[in-house]
Structure formats: C-alpha cells, structure tokens
Design a protein around this ligand. Structure first.
Ligand code: FES
Length: 512
C-alpha cells in the first residue's frame, strides 16, 4: 500500500489568527470527525480526538493544572497533548501525531499520512552481522553505507551545489549510465532538469512513498515524504538483515514526525542556513541586528527540534553529518559571516543530556563506523569506529571556482540577451505579476575575459502597474542570472543560492 496524504481539517487564516495557547477541540463540520490541536508558542501539535483504548472521545481534563491534558469520556484514560503521550495509564501508549501544515495564506491544515507506520509491514528480525558487513563511511563529505548503492535524494539546494551536482552526475553517467537510482514520487519531479542538462542516466526509478523496495534478499529500502514540503523533500529507511538506518537529511519534518524508533543508526542534517532568508534581504525591518537575532533564534529552534526528535526516537547511534557547506567565494563574504550554522557537537551534547543511552557520532572525513563492532561492544562505542589521522581537515581550504564560473559566464554573451524583452519574458514565466519589479544587475564577480564597459550596473524597471501593491527590488549577478534564464532554471535557484539581494515594500510574503 503506497503512502498518501489526506487533509482532514482546515482552518482559515482568520481562525488561525485568534488561536490561543493551549488545547483546542475542533470538528470537521462536513464529516463530523473531531480533532485536538495544541498550541504552545510556535509549536503546534494535533491528533484525532479518538482514544487509543476503545475509541472514546476526549474532553478537557478539569483536574489537570498544566493545561496540557485531556480526559477520555469512556474510561478516564488521559493524554498529554503537548507530548502526545498517555499519562494515564502512565508509560503506556503514544497518540499518533497528525501533520500540521500552514498554507501560503497562513491557513492551517491537519494532514494524515497513511498508513502511519509503513515500515512495520512485513517486519524482519535482526540477524547477526559479520565484521565489515555493514559499514558507514564519510568519504569526501558524503556518507556511504557499504551495503548499498542508492542515490535516493537528489535535491537542488543551492545554485553552486546544483551546478556541482550535475557535473558529478555527468561523471557518474560517463562511467556507468545504467547505475540504478531511486527517487520518491514527489509532485515536483526530482530530475526535472535532467533532459536539458545533457546528462544521460538510463536507470532512474521513481518509487511510491512508504513501500519497501527490495534490492536483494537481505536489503530493502523505503522512501518517506516530508510533512512540510511533501512536494519535493523525502527521507529514507535502509534495512539490511533487519538492521535499520534512517536518513532524514534535508527533511524539515520527516514523515510528519512519525518515524521508526530504536533504529540502529539515525543520520540527519544539523546546520540550518540553507536559504537566502533573511541574509539576502535589506531595507525596512531587515537591519543587521534583526537578521542576527532571527538567525540565532531559528538555529536554536532547529537544534531543539532535532535534539527532541532524536531523544524521542532513541536510535542506537545518532550521526549528524549534513551541513558542512561553506559560502566560499569572496563575493559571498557577507553571507558567510552572517549565516551562522549549528555545531554538530553541540547538538550531540543536547541529545546526550536528554537521553544518555543514545550514542552520538560526528564523522570526520575518512571515518568508518562498523555496525558489527558496535553490536559486539555496546559499552565501548569507540571500538566500532575508525577515525582518520589527528588533524584531518573538515573543510576544504582552496576551491576551483573556475569550474563553475566558466560555465556561468558562457551565458553572458548569448544572443538572446541582445533583446531587452528577455527580462520581461523570464520574469513573466517565473510568475512575477501584479507589482513593480525593479532589477539591478551586477557584474560580480567579474569574469576575466570581459572588457570594462560590461562591468557597469544595468538598472531595469519592469512590470509597473497603476496601483502596485508591492514593489520588489532585486540585485542579481549578471552571469548567474543569464545562466538561469538561458537554461530555463527556476528563480528559486537564485534565491536559495544567495545569488540575489532583495528588498520589498511593503514587506509582505508573496507566494506564487
Ligand atoms: S476508550 Fe478511552 S479510556 Fe477507554
């Protein structure tokens, strides 16, 4: 049975705006079904109003002084909706979380992912492993589990990464075009750009969510959707001889927060900062102080969320590995200095504080973890790990920028840019409409071969409307912008790749 998402209840933006802190009992008038929503500061949790015991209805628990518990009207079981754990009977069941999503207008949706625990279908008992049979190694910034060769998540995150990813895929395709690649059936196709890129990969398999994919008799994997961005983000469970590895990297709320507990290894991102917001914004409230405070708060929230998620799931080993990106080019100096990232060791410390029986591992380049060795020495975690020589560097110190810049600068002189209408054509295609758009194109960095008269700024004002509700101002780098336009790439690539500087007046979030 494939995993699907279903909207159970929606609240309008005005209903959301008046939501108070605490417990809310909600009812879908169309089908009469009841739900519970709990709000505490920025946290929203929701579940069906249906007791795990025999399906009774919960009501407010007047004996509860915390304001977090509800009581079942049938036999008095009690549920703490801030944790979704039953407190009566104590240490018993957990209530299944629904996914709480905000839509683009700040309305709220309660979404159910079905079936809730697809990995429990056809369960397998864990078999003994041999030394070396399952190893996880950090090789050039990527973690590989040596039991499998799955490229399950290809996500166009930053423009530089995006460009470096296609060269990587190109090299892969030259060596072995038929390498099997599996991706989830996301609404936005993962390889939407493959045909235009010229990369020839012939064995891409799009698989449904929440269904075991058998690789051989011992190995299977399952791709799950993200609760916040189900249209493009995924996470994966790989199981070998009954031992599970869960990888949630780049997933904001993997599978809506419902994930397998006590897996052998859980791997995730840790850093934050993979968006142009707010560093690329200026004007209005976007002062340096505001941005610094926002970044500090967001990083802290991410760290707390990850630490709590890991503590709840209780993997044997937790491994924060994804987030070692650096805005290396000199023109990105400001972003590098302001876009602070979380420290994986700090995350590990928080996890161990919450749950001392979880082992944590921050893999250094070249490090290897052997699952058998860890199972053999559960009390001496370090015996299962081979670390690289002391002093091994985590970040690269020099970069071959020309590999990317040369590709980008090719587009500058393309014939299409002799016609000024390209600007309007592109931004109409990209969905900008109904407001003034002011674009200032910068030459930064300057490609070596261009003459000085091409370095000047080019100011353009397009889409003036009689009564513009919003004015957007963009500064973009000419080479990157023209590359994006010429190849029909998404405006979003410019944005999340820190490639433009933005102002909007008034400051209203606008989703197209
Ligand atoms: S049905 Fe809820 S306590 Fe029995």
């Amino acid at each position: 049975l494939a995993q699907a998402s279903k909207i159970l209840l929606s609240l309008t933006p005005s209903e959301v705006a008046v939501l108070k802190e605490g417990v809310h009992f909600l009812r879908n008038k169309a089908d009469g079904k009841s739900y519970i929503l709990y709000k505490e500061e920025d946290t929203l949790r929701a579940c069906k109003n249906m007791c795990k015991h025999q399906g009774g209805l919960f009501i407010k628990d007047i004996e509860d002084l915390t304001g977090r518990c509800v009581r079942c009207t049938k036999h008095n079981w009690k549920l703490d909706v801030s944790t979704m754990k039953y407190v009566n009977p104590p240490d018993s069941f957990c209530q299944d979380d629904l996914v709480v999503e905000m839509d683009e207008n700040n309305g709220l949706l309660l979404v159910e992912l079905n079936p809730p625990n697809p990995w429990d279908t056809e369960p397998r008992t864990s078999e003994n492993l041999a030394f070396g049979e399952v190893q996880v190694r950090n090789s050039q910034g990527c973690l590989f589990a040596s039991v499998s060769c799955l490229l399950s998540k290809y996500h166009e995150l930053h423009l530089p990464l995006f460009l470096s990813s296609y060269p990587t895929l190109k090299k892969l395709a030259e060596k072995r075009p038929d390498v099997p690649i599996y991706v989830g059936k996301t609404e936005r196709p993962v390889f939407w750009f493959l045909d235009q890129s010229g990369v020839k990969l012939t064995n891409i398999n799009i698989v449904p969510f929440g269904v075991w994919q058998q690789v051989d008799k011992n190995l299977r994997f399952m791709i799950l959707m993200d609760g916040v961005h189900p249209e493009m983000d995924t996470c994966i469970i790989v199981e070998y001889k009954g031992h599970k590895i869960l990888n949630t990297v780049d997933c904001t709320r993997p599978n809506g927060g419902t994930l397998p507990e006590k897996v052998d290894i859980m791997m995730s991102d840790f850093a934050g900062g993979a968006s142009g917001f707010p560093m690329t914004f200026s004007g209005g409230k976007f002062t340096e102080e505001w941005k610094a405070q926002f970044i500090k708060t967001e990083r802290k929230k991410l760290l707390n969320y990850k630490a709590q998620l890991v503590a709840n799931l209780k993997p044997k080993i937790y491994c924060p590995f994804a987030g070692y990106f650096v805005e290396a080019h000199p023109s990105d100096k400001y972003i590098k200095e302001t876009n602070l990232k979380n420290d994986p060791d700090e995350l590990n410390r928080q996890i161990r504080k919450k749950s001392s029986d979880i082992s944590t591992w921050t893999p250094k380049p070249g490090a290897i973890l052997d699952l058998k060795a860890l199972h053999s020495n559960p009390f001496s975690f370090s015996l299962g790990i081979s670390d690289p020589p002391a002093g091994t560097k985590i970040f690269k110190e020099s970069w071959d920028f020309d590999l990317y810049l040369n590709v980008l600068s090719v587009a500058i002189e393309d014939e299409v840019f002799r016609y000024p209408s390209w600007v309007k054509e592109y931004y109409t295609w990209a969905g900008f409409k109904g407001y003034n758009l002011v674009i200032r194109v910068l030459e930064q960095p300057v490609p070596k071969h261009l003459t000085s008269d091409r370095h000047s700024l080019l100011d353009l004002v397009i889409f003036p409307t009689e009564n513009p509700p919003i004015q957007w101002s963009l500064e973009e780098k000419v080479s990157i912008m023209r590359h994006v336009v010429k190849h029909g790439l998404l405006w979003d690539d410019l944005y999340i790749g820190f490639q433009n500087r933005l102002q909007r007046d008034p400051d209203i979030y606008h989703h197209q």
